[in-house]
Design a protein around this ligand. Structure first.
Ligand code: B12
Ligand code: SF4
Ligand code: SF4
Length: 346
């Protein structure tokens, strides 16, 4: 198969963006190792344990891999940006987590792509599907395949579509020569620094590494990945975010006319749900409400911890009663954050 045929097939499998890269080490692996050694990954051990070395070379994931087909799936919808929406009584769940879990949706599309390539390849074909969780430098290979450049907010940005897209990859044993568009596009951030200035927790840090995100300060990490207590200095900066954060993409000029997806699964279950509604969810109700969405990753305890902080950050007296209830929670993490949030209402 040739690169134009692969692109066409990817398009038919539901991917608006696609490109081809060689399954070889990329120069960014050195940045990754420096980032990880610098402690920027916080407690995300899956980034720093023995799997960090696998990121050195994609052939450690599939020994016969010769090509990486990198795909992007848009998830932007017509709903407002977090920077346009100022109702303090309502929670912000980040755009990527409003609807269906992207891991499943992308995997289904990649399985179709895999079947198409397998049918044309014949015997000896080997492949591996990666979506998010594999130790693969997804943004670097997608950049290599021409899907976009890595912006100062560290997101992959496409000149025409913006940055609201997920990434997935299909590692294949086929040798597919990259086409003229399958090359890293120029960095189009220019002199802009909007994302750095807008980040409420100063997570986008300057340094020798170039564009660096200190995950330990990023609201996305704090609300989703961090299991324990949220460090005090970052609590107020989190505002009403209860799952993830979109600010550094909301302010990006390349997202002003960002393409929208027609996938019904990305529509919000409930746009910006009221904080008191979230605070009253039982564990079973939490699971039912967010079933098959990325939100379950925060777990019930972490989610209520975030809701408590967001209610405190709102400073609204109407949240006193739900916060007092959370402060009596048998979960010490939730109770402690609710108690601190109550202090904010004084
Ligand atoms: C861990 C992780 C996180 C962490 C750390 C984020 C980070 N920036 O590293 C946290 C939890 C904070 C996070 C947040 C988010 N994430 Co995330 N995350 C990942 C994951 C699993 C690994 C990323 C990683 O390796 N980070 C470590 C850093 C060092 O690696 P990197 O970002 O790839 O950095 C490369 C470049 O920056 C480059 N580089 C570094 N310095 C320099 C300097 C120069 C000069 C150059 C040229 C290059 C360069 O080299 C690095 C190594 O390849 C990937 C999936 C994957 N397997 O790759 C998804 C992924 C990056 N996340 C994604 C998303 C959607 C998000 C959020 C938008 C979710 C949200 N709304 O809350 C936010 C965005 C926050 C942000 N500004 O990045 C998407 C990004 C899609 C896109 N268009 O970019 C991915 C690809 C998942 C997916 N499959 O779609 N994420
Ligand atoms: S996702 Fe939010 S907290 Fe993280 S770097 Fe972007 S603006 Fe900052
Ligand atoms: S806001 Fe500006 S600096 Fe940040 S990623 Fe977008 S274009 Fe680049």
């Amino acid at each position: 198969m040739t690169w134009p045929e692969v692109r066409l097939l990817a398009r038919r499998c539901g991917f608006e963006l696609a490109g081809v890269a060689r399954a070889e080490p990329v120069r960014e692996r050195a940045w990754y190792q420096a980032w990880s050694a610098g402690g920027f990954a916080g407690e995300m051990r899956y980034l720093t344990d023995r799997r960090a070395e696998v990121r050195e070379d994609p052939r450690l994931l599939l020994a016969s891999a010769r090509t990486i087909v990198a795909v992007g799936k848009l998830y932007n919808t017509a709903w407002p940006l977090s920077t346009e929406f100022s109702d303090a009584e309502r929670a912000w769940i980040s755009r990527y987590a409003w609807g269906d879990d992207y891991h499943r949706v992308l995997r289904l599309g990649l399985e179709r792509l895999d079947a198409g390539l397998r049918a044309s390849a014949g015997a000896g074909y080997e492949s591996k599907i990666c979506v998010d969780t594999a130790p693969l430098l997804e943004r670097s290979y997608a950049r290599q395949a021409g899907l976009g450049w890595i912006g100062r907010n560290t997101c992959l940005i496409n000149q025409r579509s913006g940055s609201w897209f997920f990434l997935g990859e299909l590692l294949v044993s086929l040798a597919i020569d990259p086409g003229p568009e399958d090359a890293p596009p120029p960095d189009r951030c220019g002199t802009c620094r909007r994302c750095i200035e807008a980040c409420p927790t100063q997570a986008l840090v300057p340094g020798e590494l170039g564009y660096t995100l200190d995950a330990r300060q990023c609201i996305s990490y704090l609300t989703i990945e961090l299991r324990g207590e949220i460090p005090d200095p970052h609590r107020s900066g989190m505002g009403r975010h209860v799952f993830g954060c979109d600010i550094c993409q909301d302010v990006c000029p390349w997202n002003r006319r960002a393409s929208q997806s027609d996938e019904p699964g990305w529509q919000p279950l409930e746009f910006a749900p009221p904080l008191d509604k979230l605070a009253s969810l039982t564990e079973a109700e939490f699971r039912a409400m967010f079933e098959n969405t990325p939100v379950t990753r925060a777990r019930y305890s972490g989610f209520l911890r975030n809701v408590a902080l967001a209610m405190g950050n709102s400073r609204l007296e109407k949240f006193r009663a739900p916060l007092e209830k959370l402060a009596r929670s048998p979960d010490a993490l939730v109770a402690a954050h609710a108690e601190q949030a109550l202090e904010n209402l004084k």
